[in-house]
Write a protein of this length. Structure first.
Lengths: 204, 204
């Protein structure tokens, strides 16, 4: 079985929210697992970040719809994306079959897609007022998972999102290895344990 | 005065090591400061990461040489870069006039450029043996600064590198604001205080 994780990345995207996860999740394939694939998914073949970094994207939104896990990134234009029927109409996710995660303002898109309902969710402090205005019960914490849905708030929470996806798709050992690899030298136990507390893994 | 920070980014680069800093450092210009500029610098107009992410770069190595601060990123091909005279010959940095920082295996390039000498330095755990073999006294910690030179080990130490550069170029208030903005929700004081301890700022 080939596992595919798509990271939805839109014009004006936040570099940390899409690309920390891209790097951390890619650890699995980098270690030689050819059944693991991570893709940047976008409506366009190239996309430019909120700070002017232009990247080539890997797949379109249609292909992302069939991924095993989908991470909805964040950015400066999330509200415009959420109100653009030509983009939103292309996104068809199913939390019965897929893991679906949002980072920061991506929680707004998750709500617009009807994936949150009354479940509490996380977002960043800047987006919080308008994510609340969209009807979301926003938690004052970095990460929250419920079933196949998870949300995170604050760019560096991307480490928790990535670890949760690896935990759910590959188990605790690989999630722990990735966390340990990316953590600062001299602080690895501290980073691993805090992340495992968030994602529900046993502390090491 | 326009301040310019160049992030040296080579073929096979580590996404977290170049792009966490790119996003965090860009916080200053995003908040409206037009005297602040952050650039991805590379020998080529486009560069592909260790996990297959292709980005457009902003400037060449020659232009990076005149930046106020230079961050040397990390990647899978650092040893090849360090042994490529056509690349290394283009890099001419001066720690009397510039802040110079390296992340993970970038410390190897800093040593090859003659910028470290006997000063202790940080790198990641994977690179440590061959960075030591290059004559560097490697510390078992996330961040170390000495004068205008700083080094960091472990991808998520990019937050310390970024905060140190902002501290040195713009002061404590802006460094603290950036750290707080990017930290996970509910953990902001913890992240800010740990980073400030690393970079020598007062805890908040």
């Amino acid at each position: 079985m080939k596992e595919h994780i798509a990271i939805l990345t839109f014009d004006g995207f936040n570099e940390l929210d899409s690309l920390i996860a891209y790097g951390m999740l890619s650890r699995i394939s980098l270690l030689g697992d050819t059944d693991w694939r991570v893709s940047i998914a976008s409506p366009t073949p190239r996309v430019t970040s909120m700070n002017g970094l232009t990247i080539d994207t890997h797949i379109d939104l249609h292909e992302a719809n069939s991924a095993d896990a989908v991470l909805i990134g964040s950015g400066m234009k999330t509200r415009e994306v959420g109100n653009d029927a030509s983009i939103m109409g292309q996104i068809k996710l199913d939390s019965q079959k897929q893991l679906i995660v949002s980072q920061c303002s991506g929680t707004f898109l998750m709500a617009k897609l009807g994936l949150i309902g009354k479940t509490p969710a996380c977002t960043d402090t800047t987006s919080k007022p308008w994510v609340q205005a969209a009807g979301v019960n926003v938690l004052n914490q970095a990460f929250y998972a419920n079933g196949n849905i998870a949300t995170a708030g604050g760019c560096l929470s991307a480490q928790y999102v990535s670890a949760w996806l690896i935990l759910r798709l590959r188990g605790l050992e690989q999630a722990t290895e990735a966390l340990r690899y990316f953590a600062p030298v001299g602080e690895k136990d501290e980073y691993v344990n805090r992340a495992l507390t968030h994602i529900g893994g046993a502390r090491v």
